[in-house]
Design a protein. Sequence first.
Lengths: 201, 210
Amino acid sequence: MELFAFDDDYVRRLREGDRWTEEHFLSYFQQLLLIKLRRRLPSLQAIEDVRQEVFVRVFRTLRAPDGGLRDGRKLGAYVNTVCNNVLLEQYRQKNRTEPLLDVHLEVTTSEDVEQAMVGAQERERVRRVIGELPKRDADILQALFLDERSNDDVCHAFGVERGYLRVLLHRAKEKFRSAWTQNVVRIGSGETDSGKPSLPN
Amino acid sequence: MEHHDAVKSMAAERYVLGELEPAERDAFEEHFFDCVECSGDVRDETKIAAGIGTVEALQIAPRASRFNWWAVAASVFIASLATENTILMTRGAFTRTPPAKSEPAGAIGHPISFEADRASAGVIHIHPADSLVLHGQIPQENAHQPVYIFAVRDDDSHLTRELVRFKELDASAPILITIQPGFLASGNYTLLLRGGEHEVALSTFTLDVR
């Protein structure tokens, strides 16, 4: 994913229907919305419905005659706000008599959601990179992301405090990122999974 | 939440570990939607989780059965950027068969724009688990039709498959059609729009699924 800052020019290109800007926008926010919504909605179908509604509203605003968004740097925050509004409306519609507390809206992370975020080829690559990490780092990642053990259990298994678990996760992630970059360079033939030059990993 | 606060408090790690209080989580989400560095952190962790899940899954099921995508019934999601009523109407026109639990669902769309000049979209390379997004507007000369039908013609077999039928569509508004993985195989296609008595070719494209 190419990373570049949102600004007025980006929003202008989006408003004018520039193909690559639209592709970047959709790719970038599809993932972020999925990450956000997976904690609040029970199924991929429900997530997809909200995502579509968010995109509809954002595009409608951006392409309104008055131009919609005033500060292009706030595009991400705006998308997040639209998403919050859609969620709130949905909760109100479904729970008119008794509003749900936030804690009731948490749902268990499903394997489907991770699979929806990452294509099969990329998962293969991730698997290979994890296999190259030092064992302790790979074990930490596995314990946290696969075994579905509580954080306290993982702390106990590795003999660390809760706060230090975050540090271990951070380090393992940094090593993964470093190895991932090397992996991409080694694999890199100039093509991304999609074969398009606009979305380098 | 400011970026240095997010880094200092290890907000990305705590977000993934589910350790943030609701208010703190909301603040971090508002931040990382605008921050490429923090959103990259969160995305990496989700990527790792997906990869680790694959390790386990491959030990359970043979790859061939796990990725038997083409057996999945085609599903098409439609969203018109026109009005909420239109969206509800068009969604109702389709039956979606959800993928089995072990099958990957496509997430990132690969947009094909049907522009006014009706140019070729060229070769679109996609992974079998990726969606295909068609977006654009009804050509002005085709506006004001009671019914619009989007279809794709396989230019090799000359078979035409209907994608979606719109009634009472606001033709001045952009349209977004997401085609789920597996609906189209590799080949040469023409995107067709039928309105009233007329049929126009909006775009041609070559799809390379692998």
